[in-house]
Design a protein around this ligand. Structure first.
Ligand code: ZN
Length: 262
């Protein structure tokens, strides 16, 4: 007499309970041996299911993402990071093409970004320079080596356009060489002095000449390289004063003028 379906089911269940380990081992072995094939089948099944239940799947996915915001973001960023690492060449190629195609808009964007974040960018750059002095030196040396001609031109042009900077630099070097103390005299200090003395040589009173910074007590006589010890005078007076004290210079000047008047 043939078995009913319930009887068949009961027998299968009984068989399974008796031989559970054996069956599970067989299944595991099969899965292992047919891993790729099974994965492919599963993917096909998923795709078919998705195509038939698209809206439902999307809604479920969106709900899950909404309920697990942080995890979604983390998963997404981890996936993207991994993907970029695995496709580094592709990413590089894509970025190069993107930059080339959008050169102008990227330049505008960068300009805007730099304007809006100027303080933060400056702060970060300063921090980087402070934390990596060796790298900065190496980079500068390398840059100058590779751009020697243009660097020389640039420096010449800069000095031509800013003679006051060059003068300040020369004065500073001289002061350092002579071991002078003081806070230094910047080009701004020089401008302040010129304004203070109405753009006039303090010794001869000429106005139509270019003015130089003069150390009232000469550096060679222990004077400070400091605005407190500085004034402005014409080149002629400056070279006549030289290393003389102020009193001696004034005395000689007076004698010279008296002789000329006779
Ligand atoms: Zn003068």
């Amino acid at each position: 007499m043939a078995m009913t379906s319930d009887e068949k089911k009961a027998r299968r269940k009984e068989y399974y309970q008796k031989n559970r380990d054996k069956i599970l081992a067989r299944v595991a072995k099969y899965r292992k041996e047919h891993k790729d094939e099974l994965r492919e089948k599963s993917l096909v099944r998923s795709r078919i299911y998705y195509s038939e239940h698209r809206d439902e799947c999307n809604a479920r996915s969106r709900k899950w993402q909404k309920d697990h915001g942080d995890e979604t973001a983390l998963r997404r960023s981890t996936y993207m990071k991994q993907w970029k690492e695995n496709n580094a060449d592709h990413v590089k190629e894509y970025m190069e093409k993107y930059r080339a195609d959008n050169e102008e808009s990227l330049r505008d964007w960068r300009k805007k970004y730099n304007c809006l974040n100027f303080d933060e960018i400056s702060r970060r750059a300063k921090m980087y320079r402070e934390n990596n002095p060796d790298k900065m030196t190496a980079r500068n040396v390398n840059y100058r080596k590779n751009n020697y001609e243009s660097e020389i031109d640039r420096i010449r042009k800069y000095h031509h356009e800013h003679p006051e900077k060059l003068r300040c630099h020369a004065n500073k070097r001289r002061a350092t060489k002579l071991g002078a103390s003081g806070r230094g005299i910047s080009d701004t200090d020089e401008a302040v002095l010129k304004d203070e003395y109405a753009h006039m040589c303090v010794y001869c009173g000429r106005k139509d000449v270019s003015l130089t910074v003069d150390h009232i007590v000469p550096l060679s006589r222990g004077g400070d390289h400091d605005i407190e010890n500085a004034t402005v005078c014409c080149k002629s007076c400056n070279s006549k004063k030289k290393n003389n004290s102020l009193l001696r210079f004034m005395y000689r000047k007076h004698v010279e003028e008296t002789q000329n008047d006779r």
